[in-house]
Design a protein around this ligand. Structure first.
Ligand code: BES
Ligand code: ZN
Length: 460
């Protein structure tokens, strides 16, 4: 191989400490996008990232939106060579429940090979690999083998509306590229990288049930009115068949694209230790839609889950009360070709149709994301798979995932180029959970993978 990247890889080894300290500084900023109380921190994270892009030698801009700013950077000094657009998100999920963290969530702590903190993997640690790879190459060689663009958003965890509007308005002018690379997913297993070709979409709803105009004595008034929490339970119990796992909303499955035979075969051929999976989750039995394997259910079949239920007396001891209201948050993970808006309407109509008399039921749609399956073929994809193999010692397997990254379907349709979902996380990283972590060795292997990708694309 003409170029084995050795020069840049040695520089990375020499600068490891600095890279890790920078990542820790980035993680210390609690950029929680879903909570308005953290707005200033979200802006600080954007400024931090833009500063690091500029230091690396990129031309940068903070693009203002109705929501949080987009951080843009580019280096276009290799005319005639391919262009890769790197996407990531600088926002993070809330850290609660705080009492379950071993250390404060925004004080990154090293525990052996693990860096523990909110955002360590999702997505600060993962997406920072893109920038450090480019920074190392520019520092070592003064130039890059290909052109790069960065577009990093600050509201992925809140639905990603601003970036969606921006990408659609741009229409592929400023964002023109030959491939998009995203690192916001995991390896299939330790030592086994994966190329994700499908993500689920999302339709997130909130139900509010209102009964009497105040909490009532459950003796005096019990038997006279429909208790809103009983009503809510009835509604929830009608969303899904508890035996078959089928969702009971009429029309819900109409647009579901069936799994292809080759997918079922490939999924079935992947190693999967069901007993280990069960015991890791601490459940006596797995459950899901009848007729499908766990992989098929989690990656390629739609689901409907209650995320939270609230209302009534929740303090210690007993309080004999009929609550005046109750509520629930319900999310549905969608697969191609379901549309979040259409599903939200079906959900709302169905909930009203099964609501018992005597209560008022309101249904609100909180946010959504389109499901996506991307085309992953061609020389750039092959170069990316080779680059991963160079570093991880195994060729990525093609799989789908149950999570959502809202902008992916927009990238695919507006830019019309391959979207490479090549993540460096592990399934036990604890995304959205207490003690989220990123393996430090994966952080550096991520940086190395991007260096190899750029050098391989430069040789195409
Ligand atoms: N990094 C995740 C997406 C992900 C998780 C992909 C696991 C593959 C496997 C991302 O940051 C995320 O959590 N997205 C949200 C989006 C939603 C709020 C629209 C999600 O999936 O809940
Ligand atoms: Zn993420």
């Amino acid at each position: 191989m003409a170029n084995d990247s050795r020069d840049v890889l040695s520089r990375i080894d020499a600068d490891k400490e600095t890279y890790l300290e920078e990542l820790k500084d980035y993680i210390r900023i609690p950029s929680i996008s879903t909570d308005p109380a953290y707005k200033a921190d979200v802006l600080r994270a954007a400024a931090f990232l833009e500063g690091k892009m500029r230091e690396a030698g990129l031309a940068t801009e903070q693009i203002q939106t109705k929501g949080h700013p987009l951080v843009y950077g580019e280096w276009l000094g290799a005319p005639g060579k391919p262009t890769v657009l790197f996407y990531g998100h600088y926002d993070v999920q809330p850290a609660d429940p705080l009492e379950l963290w071993r250390n404060p969530p925004f004080e990154p702590t090293v525990e052996g090979d693990l860096l523990v903190a909110r955002g360590a993997t999702d997505d600060k640690g993962q997406s920072y690999t893109h920038l450090k790879a480019v920074a190392a190459m520019l520092a070592e060689r003064g130039s890059l083998p290909i052109n790069v663009k960065f577009l990093v958003e600050g509201e992925e965890e809140a639905g990603g509306e601003a970036i969606d509007r921006y990408v659609r308005e741009d229409g592929g002018k400023r964002l023109a590229c030959d491939a998009v690379m995203i690192s916001d997913t995991s390896l299939y297993a330790p030592g086994q990288p994966s190329l994700i070709y499908g993500l689920k979409g999302l339709c997130y709803m909130e139900i509010k049930v209102t009964g009497p105009n105040r909490d009532l004595h459950s003796g005096t008034f019990g038997g006279a009115v429909f208790n809103p929490l009983n009503a809510l339970s009835e509604i929830i119990s009608k969303l899904r068949d508890g035996k078959t796992g089928k969702i009971l909303i009429p029309g819900f499955y109409d647009d579901v694209r069936p799994l292809e035979d080759w997918e079922r075969k490939e999924f079935a051929a992947l190693p999967f230790d069901e007993a280990a999976y069960r015991s890791e989750l601490g459940v006596p039995e797995l459950f899901g839609e009848e007729g499908y394997s766990t992989r098929e259910r989690t990656w390629a079949r739609p689901t409907c889950d209650v995320n939270g239920i609230f209302g009534g007396y929740m303090g210690k001891g007993a309080k004999t009360v009929l609550p005046s209201w109750g509520g629930a948050k319900v999310s549905m993970r969608l697969v191609p070709d379901q549309e979040p808006k259409k599903i939200a309407k079906l959900f709302g109509d169905y909930v009203q149709s099964v609501a018992p008399p005597g209560v008022k039921v309101e249904v609100e749609s909180l946010h959504g994301a389109d499901p996506v399956v991307v085309e992953v073929q061609g020389p750039i994809v092959d170069a990316a798979l080779d680059a991963m193999q160079d570093v991880w010692g195994a060729r990525p397997v093609r799989i789908r995932e149950g999570g959502s990254i809202p902008i992916v379907s927009t990238f695919a349709s507006v830019l019309g180029v391959p979207v490479l979902l090549l993540g460096f996380g592990l399934n036990d990283d604890g995304l959205h959970s207490p003690n989220e972590k990123f393996n430090i060795s994966h952080f550096f292997n991520g940086i190395r993978s991007v260096v190899r990708l750029l050098d391989r694309l430069g040789n195409l």
